[in-house]
Design a protein around this ligand. Structure first.
Ligand SMILES: Cc1cc2nc3c(=O)[nH]c(=O)nc-3n(C[C@H](O)[C@H](O)[C@H](O)COP(=O)(O)O)c2cc1C
Length: 484
């Protein structure tokens, strides 16, 4: 049952049952946490419609200590996670999602999380010298990683230093030793901003890490929910009921009552340790391991037979590139409209760019400058700015999710000297593979906006497309059914 008396505890097992009914869960027994879980998941996700993988009897671990991967990697699973019904087609899911992020964001303030006293997450509690992270089968995902990662498909709960704002972000979590983890929060991410404020004040920073819950949790904590908004509210708006949360005994931070595994503790001022390297969403290991906050875990909470949710990035397509593409495309669409760009037909954040580095918008051009306006906002709006290397604008006859069509427009409708704008010193990342070649002392990056629309001042004389008309295609398809 998903519903509880007082809100929704984000029970992974309830969602798994639903995914099983859809025929989208495959059980895997006997795999090794050391590289096999990662490689199996990576190969799985390259299939046409990959099932979720539930690993049990992991080498060296007792039966029941499980890991789930590929939970968001198909339209069927993603639509069920988003409570949009079992929508098995990609197109159907995108249609159903249209306009939803805008609605959810507007409705979020009405869905504060509901505190509850009890929950299955409290079935096992370890503290006072009994904290031992080695009881969990944290995978060593990729060959060149710097260590084992307990947090990938996770939700990191933190609190602002000088307000009540609780943030929930997905940041990777490396196991340093039995009671310490490393937290990689990129500068500018909300958790990083809260951490910096707390460190400046010289105080310990409270952290609760949810390493398994209904995948709706990490789906939403992994996208750009507005600054100052708690992701639990956003999730509540999707569920149309509050998230039922219990309070951590050490920090008081709230986490879903049916969480599978929660690690709770403090990042102390000055305690930063080497973290990474780690295979990244864009398909590379970033240059080097670097320093990141260490969190000393004082309590661990877990359900009987706990399920860790893993979501390992890698060269796309990867575990979460599909869900990121779908979610970020919908968010970008809303952001363009909110910024006043008219006649946006469709947006697509391509998996090849990890749904960040190569984004395309299709518009119906209405006035001179419309395309550049759309391109710059697609590149610089809050949802996009981080690592937005290429933003392409195409006319409405081009499907922005079809790379063949997009690149045809780039090849045939641009005059590079006027149609490519470069933004210098934009928001980049130390994780950018190009960072090694950049001359900057901070993570800047340049960006290209490509206007691949027909030139607005020559619309009427622009050559016609040499392709059978839609009507002719339709007629031929009907007549020659054996061929098509
Ligand atoms: C599986 C997964 C892993 C991620 N790992 C990281 C990470 O290690 N560090 C990071 O800063 N962002 C990471 N992200 C992206 C952030 O979760 C995302 O930017 C989110 O908006 C951050 O939350 P915030 O906006 O509240 O800061 C990851 C996302 C996903 C889905």
């Amino acid at each position: 049952m998903r519903r509880s008396e007082k809100g929704n505890p984000l029970d992974l097992r309830a969602w798994l049952e639903e995914a099983r009914k859809l025929g989208e869960v495959q059980d895997v027994r006997g795999a090794d946490w050391n590289l096999e879980l990662g490689a199996i998941s990576e190969l799985n996700v390259k299939k046409e419609s990959p099932p979720a993988l539930l690993f049990d009897e992991i080498k060296g671990y007792p039966r029941g200590f499980r890991v789930l991967t590929c939970s968001t990697s198909s339209p069927g699973k993603l639509s069920s996670i988003l409570r949009l019904g079992a929508e098995k087609s990609h197109h159907g899911l995108v249609q159903k999602l249209r306009g939803k992020p805008k609605e959810w964001q507007a409705d979020a303030p009405n869905h504060d999380p509901a505190p509850v006293e009890k929950g299955p997450v409290f079935e096992n509690i370890k503290g006072d010298g009994k904290v031992d992270l080695d009881i969990f089968p944290s995978p060593f995902w990729h060959e060149k990683d710097g260590g084992r990662y307990i947090g990938t498909g996770c939700c990191v709960v933190t609190k602002d230093f000088d307000s009540d704002w609780v943030n929930v972000g997905t940041y990777r979590v490396q196991v340093h030793d039995r009671k310490t983890v490393g937290l990689d929060m990129v500068p500018g991410k909300h958790g990083a901003i809260q951490y910096d404020k707390t460190m400046k004040a010289g105080k310990p920073f409270p952290v609760a890490i949810v390493c398994g819950a209904d995948p709706l949790g990490y789906l939403i904590s992994g996208i750009e929910v507005p600054f100052g908004m708690c992701e639990y509210n956003y999730i509540g708006a999707i569920l149309k009921e509050p998230v039922a949360v219990v309070k951590g005994q050490v920090t008081g931070l709230p986490f879903p009552a049916a969480s599978e595994i929660v690690l709770e503790g403090w990042a102390h001022p000055g305690d930063v340790r080497t973290e990474g390297p780690f295979g990244e969403f864009h398909g590379y290991y970033p240059g080097k391991a670097s320093k990141a906050p260490a969190v000393t875990i004082e309590r661990i909470y877990y359900r009987n037979d706990p399920i860790m949710v893993g979501s390992p990035p890698a060269k796309p397509p990867n575990d979460y590139s599909y869900s990121k593409a779908v979610m970020r495309s919908a968010l970008l669409f809303d952001a363009l409209e909110a910024a006043g760009v008219p006649d946006v037909h469709a947006v697509w954040a391509h998996e090849i760019g990890g749904a960040r580095m190569f984004n395309v918008v299709a518009i119906k051009q209405r006035y001179a400058g419309h395309a550049k306006q759309a391109g710059h906002i697609l590149n610089q709006c809050g949802v996009a700015a981080y690592m937005s290397r290429y933003s392409v604008v195409v006319d409405e006859d081009i499907d922005p999710s079809n790379l063949q069509e997009v690149m045809w427009a780039v090849a045939t409708r641009t005059d590079p000297v006027t149609d490519i704008d470069i933004i210098q010193r934009g928001m980049g990342s130390k994780n950018d593979p190009m960072f090694v070649a950049y001359p900057y002392k901070a993570p800047f990056s340049s960006k290209a906006i490509i206007d691949a629309c027909r030139p607005f001042d020559h619309l009427h004389e622009f050559p016609e497309v040499a392709e059978a008309s839609k009507e002719l295609q339709e007629k031929v398809r009907k007549k020659w059914t054996d061929l098509f």
